[in-house]
Design a protein around this ligand. Sequence first.
Ligand code: ADP
Ligand code: MG
Length: 271
Amino acid sequence: MELQCVRFDGAVIDVEMKSLPTLYKNEPAVHTIVRDITERNQTRELLKASEKLNIAGQLAAGIAHEIRNPLSALKGFLQFIRSGSGGKKEYFEIMLDEINRIELIVGELLILAKPEQSMLERQIDLRIVLKQVIVLLEAQAILNGVQLVSELSSISLSPIVGDENQLKQVFINIIKNAIEAMPAGGDIRIELVQQDGMVEVHITDQGGGMPEASIHRLGEPFYTTKESGNGLGLMVSFKIVEQHNGSINIHSQQGVGTVFRVSFPAFDQNR
Ligand code: ADP
Ligand code: MG
């Protein structure tokens, strides 16, 4: 057992106590070992605290990443208007959109800050999430000569439990990467599969693929092979999927393309 003891000098220490049955001078006896584990416990607490700090740091980096793009767009438009080129109505529309995006991200941050269970209360239909993500990314895809091909409505699908905005962020990050992996254009297939109690999203691109060594590094903060990348998208995505008790499986073949399979436990309504 673990307990606290007061030492002769008055200090309170953590101790671990073990007792073993034994014989002493041929009589049954108890052999007791008392070990001071104060230092061990302090080290453990320190480790826990530094792990928490580490997660907070990674999270902060992720959020900064998501907010920087809309901020630089806003800055650009403001500089343009200041230069006297006039503020067309469309500029204000775009600026408002960017502000809304920042608002949304800050909102997500608040969701993250809440205790974990609150996020795991809602039932979510991944078909709807994916449809919204596709609407968001379609314009960017077309600009890059990429078609988003999806088969979403045919099957009956269990809901999953989680946070809609965070899940959207995951699929936005993965599909954006897929678009960026196909500079010559092509198709991205987005499919939903339910098997073995899991709901899976398969995102298949026809991009350049990755060597084995790169696949191992995905999700590492700041790992990027892009000139203007920052290697935070997948880190944030891995973290979110992990918080949803899901997993991400990646298969890639150079010159052929990459498949991201994201799985979540299906929510059983008959439970
Ligand atoms: P970023 O997009 O800013 O580089 P990410 O975390 O989103 O950061 O991705 C990290 C790296 O993973 C990318 O730079 C790229 O090398 C690789 N990657 C991710 N998705 C794909 C993909 N679909 N095809 C090829 N490489 C990919
Ligand atoms: Mg990315």
